[in-house]
Design a protein around this ligand. Structure first.
Ligand code: NAD
Ligand code: GLY
Length: 357
């Protein structure tokens, strides 16, 4: 078991617990005297009835599964269910699911009765390593993703590695894209604890997948905790968590959002950012090859992406529409050294166009 204690300020403490099968005795981590409202989705409700049944039936709220349901209607549905079942300020909301359930339930917890306690139980690799930590909550609108939301940290993040057993290959790859991102930014996260995720992921060790996942999730979670501790509202350091994402968003949009997962798009984005960095002598050929080899080892960017001329124009305009663009300049994170990235705003558009497939 790994525990990461987070001291947000003098009065609020929170913790992340990582273990295999910790939800078997979930009440070891909860307060018997508190009322808990569990929010999950139809897929998890079917897969994990043993966990759901530990909560009072009328306090279990099941939403439809899918990113397209991360919207105002689902938010409104959850809020009404919470109110109908008489949630009080001293009660708590538990999010059992991937990033969609976590972001939505998190926003409900932050806004119901002006805020009740939130507990995240992430069930995807992406949610364990990234979305359940750091307090970003919200839902999508027709104007873009995650445009309505809040920063609201969970009191506890309970990571049960057992959930990874039922994840399909597509979702595992989605999580692995974010894991590799942490490997390539580790030295920019200013963490005192060193994991050398790049080396760990490159090794062909004989340890079991459970042990490997324990190490990987612990490393990513504590790197993220460290970044968020230093820059909660993304005014500086937290931007490193977007490595690969400025390229990933147009890739996802131009491939129709379902051909390749978000994590794979991040991996393609990291490859593009690295190519640009190498062409601008920010990294040498050897390191560029190393990044590519690691992404290829996990088969995250095996297909050759091909875009026609119109799509290439769209690619650039989608990159410039990204909400991380400031003053009309593309802010790009590029690798600058071993597991290190830097933020650049002076990269000219023709050099970006030249590297697009
Ligand atoms: P998701 O929540 O849609 O889950 C992916 C699929 O896996 C769903 O069909 C889900 O039902 C299923 N699933 C979940 N756990 C499972 C399990 N243990 N076994 C089998 N199936 C399971 O997707 P995601 O990748 O977890 O999260 C993506 C969302 O996270 C996006 O909406 C994104 O905006 C958000 N996100 C938020 C942050 C943040 O900091 N808040 C960071 C990154 C991403
Ligand atoms: N996933 C990016 C962030 O939490 O800031």
């Amino acid at each position: 078991m790994k525990k990461i204690e987070i001291i947000n300020n003098e009065s609020t403490k929170s913790e992340i617990v990582i273990d295999y099968d910790l939800t078997k005795n979930i009440y070891d981590y909860l307060d018997e005297n508190k009322k808990y409202f569990l929010i999950t989705n139809t897929t998890l409700a079917k897969l994990y009835p043993d966990i759901i049944s530990k909560f009072e039936k009328e306090k279990v709220i099941v939403i439809k599964d899918g990113e397209k349901y991360k919207n105002f209607e689902t938010y409104n549905f959850i809020m009404n269910e919470l109110l109908k079942n008489k949630i009080e300020r001293k009660d708590a909301v538990i999010a059992l699911g991937g990033g969609v359930v976590g972001d939505l339930a998190g926003f409900c917890a932050s806004s119901i009765l002006r805020g009740v306690e939130l507990i995240q139980i992430p069930t995807t690799l992406l949610a364990m390593c990234d979305s359940s930590i750091g307090g970003k909550t919200g839902y999508n609108t027709k104007y873009g993703k995650n445009l309505i939301g809040s920063f609201y940290k969970a009191k506890k993040v309970l990571i049960d590695l057992k959930f990874l057993n039922t994840l399909n290959d597509y979702e595992l790859k989605c999580g692995m894209g974010e894991v590799l991102k942490y490997a390539f930014i580790e030295n920019s996260c200013k963490s005192e604890e060193k994991y050398d995720l790049m080396e760990f992921l490159s090794e062909n060790s004989s340890s079991s997948i459970k042990e490997k996942m324990n190490y990987i999730v612990s490393a990513c979670a504590s790197l993220k905790v460290n970044v968020v501790k230093l820059d909660e509202k993304e005014s500086g350091l937290r931007k490193v968590l977007n490595f690969g994402h400025t390229f990933a968003h147009p890739i996802e949009s131009l491939t129709g959002y379902n051909l390749i997962s978000h994590g794979q798009a991040v991996a393609y984005g990291i490859k593009m950012a690295s190519k640009l960095a190498c062409a601008n002598n920010l990294i040498d050929n050897g390191y560029y090859e190393r990044i590519n080899l690691l992404i290829d080892k996990f088969h995250l960017a095996d297909e050759k992406l091909e875009f026609n001329k119109n799509q290439l124009n769209d690619f650039i305009s989608l990159m410039t529409q990204d909400k991380k663009v400031q003053d009309g300049k593309i802010n790009l994170l590029l690798p600058v050294g071993y597991a290190q990235v830097g933020l650049f705003d002076s990269i000219d558009l023709p050099s970006i166009e030249a590297l697009l497939p």
